[in-house]
Ligand binder design. Structure first.
Ligand code: GAP
Length: 490
């Protein structure tokens, strides 16, 4: 049987060949884990963004949006714990000449050697936590050698010696002025969340929001990822779509469950397949989280985190109180006391969403061209997310057909993102649109001159139909409107 599976290499190559994603600075040999979005990629990315934004802000009365700065006061990162705790620990293996993230190595070790929750597993975890807290990393190195951990890339699964353990902070540090004192250095934000927390009082004072309510934001973040070889999955500059939901402390469980369900429903509405998602509860928690779940997605390289849903308790607001000396308290009408709100966070990477949507939509098809068989890749995107909503073609390069087609294009391009094309055969033009995910092609032929009808060809339906030019707007809207997705969220 023929293998119709799309490989990771094919995904990266299609993204580049068809103007979705380019490696950044390519003419200078590129830069690891940084990418540019091309002429079609930007539309797909914006459509995912719009769908998330409207699902948060427009549909929920109690969620508002912000757009906060990337550069913030350096104390914010001290208060948030990022200066002291946003670190990765790496182990260096001499033989494979590679560094490995400690948490991933341990997770892998547990998975293969200690599948079930055993006393030993529990003991190991406790020991690691203790040594990390005390900064006794040399003891961890000793342990790793003692339990004979094998380097994942080692050819013969042979035992190797681990020679070095080191840690570093994932935040990019930058001086705001030349010769700035080390202590005054700024950071490029590693999460958008802190801009929301630090504006909590501004929102309370200027809006009608009352607990429970949420603040959402989309924005660029930066991280010094060391293992960054997975295309859009792990980048050094990427975008996050985050929502922080402020609640009463005794409602933590209720809202955590609520947001887990609500976010999964959002992902399922995109129609990428129910089996591609699963929840994963974190054993190793980020420094700010009391409980954390991932919505994992089945990428071509396995189930991996797509979105994080965290209970951050009052960790952030409490620490901002301490550092800023401002009071982050709200009044509890029932108990007649004040409290610092708890926070449930939903955080999804926009670029990871792009990868999930783009890679799932790529399908291989075999087509017959007269007497030869050709393989082609078609991008079966949800029409609401497609970059181009419709392509307008004159059947051939005839003056009258061109004039009609251009008129239609001009009349509709205020409502939709369209493409006009007159070169090559109609078959080749259809195929180019299939490769970029355009759901509808509109062809103007000689019959159009008589009956004012055009032929609509639908990418996925194996169907063509003729419609009056005056009904085109309605037809394209029906097929591509984002409202179809919103309805699934109700
Ligand atoms: N504010 C919480 C937070 O930042 P996170 O789990 O570190 O939590 C949230 O990140 C989401 O951001 C992840 O679920 C993932 O989708 C995305 N993300 C994290 N690191 C990324 C990277 N290096 N490249 C692309 N996306 C990333």
């Amino acid at each position: 049987m023929k293998n119709n599976k799309i490989s990771f290499k094919e995904i990266v190559s299609h993204a580049k060949q068809y103007g979705f994603v380019f490696p950044s600075s390519e003419i200078y040999d590129g830069i690891n884990a940084i990418y540019d979005y091309g002429q079609y990629g930007i539309y797909l990315k914006n459509n995912i963004k719009e769908y998330w934004w409207k699902s948060m802000i427009q549909i929920n009365e109690n969620i508002i949006g912000l757009d906060t700065s990337i550069l913030m006061h350096p104390n914010i990162w001290k208060a948030s714990g990022h200066v002291s705790k946003f670190k990765e620990i790496f182990l260096y293996n001499e033989e494979t000449k590679s560094s490995y993230r400690l948490d991933l190595l341990i997770e892998n070790y547990f998975k293969t050697n200690l599948k079930k929750e055993t006393k030993l597993k529990h003991k190991l975890r406790k020991y690691l936590d203790k040594k990390l807290k005390r900064n006794e990393t040399y003891k961890i190195l000793k342990l790793i050698n003692k339990i004979k951990l094998i380097a994942p890339k080692h050819k013969n699964n042979k035992l190797t010696k681990w020679t070095k353990i080191y840690e570093y902070n994932l935040m990019f540090k930058i001086p705001l002025k030349e010769h700035e004192h080390e202590k005054k250095k700024f950071y490029l934000r590693p999460e958008t969340a802190q801009g929301i927390f630090t504006n909590f009082l501004n929102v309370l004072n200027t809006s009608k929001m009352k607990i429970p309510f949420g603040i959402a934001q989309i924005g660029k973040v930066f991280r010094k990822e060391i293992i960054a070889r997975q295309f859009l999955f792990r980048m050094r500059e990427f975008e996050q779509m985050e929502m922080q939901f402020f609640i009463h402390p005794n409602q933590e469980e209720k809202w955590l469950e609520y947001w887990k369900k609500k976010r999964l429903k959002w992902h399922l509405s995109l129609g990428l397949g129910k089996k591609k998602y699963r929840f994963y509860e974190h054993e190793q928690l980020a420094h700010y989280a009391k409980k954390a779940y991932d919505i994992q997605f089945k990428f071509t390289f396995g189930f991996k985190e797509l979105e994080g849903i965290h209970s951050r308790t009052n960790f952030d607001l409490k620490n901002h109180e301490k550092y800023s000396k401002k009071r982050f308290r709200v009044f509890d009408k029932e108990k007649k006391t004040v409290y610092i709100p708890y926070i449930i966070e939903t955080s999804v990477g926009l670029d990871r969403m792009f990868l999930a949507v783009f890679s799932s939509a790529l399908k291989k098809e075999t087509i017959k061209d007269t007497d030869t068989k050709k393989e082609r890749i078609i991008l079966k995107l949800n029409p609401a997310l497609s970059p181009i909503k419709a392509a307008i073609f004159p059947l051939i390069r005839d003056k009258r057909l061109i004039s009609y087609a251009k008129d239609i294009y001009q009349n509709l391009n205020l409502d939709f993102i369209l493409i006009y094309e007159e070169n090559d055969s109609i078959g080749k033009r259809y195929r180019r649109q299939d490769a970029i995910g355009t759901p509808i092609c509109v062809t103007i032929d000689f019959q159009t001159l008589k009956d004012k009808c055009v032929t609509l060809r639908f990418r996925d339906k194996m169907l063509q139909k003729r419609v009056l030019i005056k009904d085109l707007k309605r037809e394209i809207k029906k097929e591509t409107s984002m409202n179809q997705l919103f309805k699934l969220l109700r």
